[in-house]
Design a binder for this molecule. Sequence first.
Ligand SMILES: [Zn+2]
Length: 162
Amino acid sequence: MPTNKLSENVFQIYFKKFGSCVYVIKIGKDNILIDTSSEENGQELLDGLEKLKINPRDVHIILLTHRHYDHIGNIYLFPNAKVYDESNINELALIMIRTIKVPGHTKDSLAFLYKDILFSGDTLFHNGIGRTDLRESIPEKMADSVNKLKHLDYSFLAPGHI
Ligand SMILES: [Zn+2]
């Protein structure tokens, strides 16, 4: 489970087997995860967090870009985490992280902007955009959502899959 340092306090964990990347933001004592990959990557995710010296009990916030199985498979490993997705994201009291609603890949997809890093989930990848042919997709909204992201002021793209 290779880990990449994206900035002083932001890390990427990615996997050989299918499943989303997991991003870790450390803000003060808070450990925030963006997505949790697929369940079969659970042990590797824990290994990656250990490398970053993070105990699963000390993960306090999980932000979900959307609820596909390859992004939500390991929520259960973090008993003290409050999980946020599109349905309750308004309750998130973390002003440093901006939430952007990006319907398209799914009707409830979110992206997150933290400093100059854009976490785009399955909406925008390094070399294209996410699928919109799924049952839960809203293809007619995808172009608007991708445009919204492209106009944000970011320097690093941190997509759901690399
Ligand atoms: Zn997806």
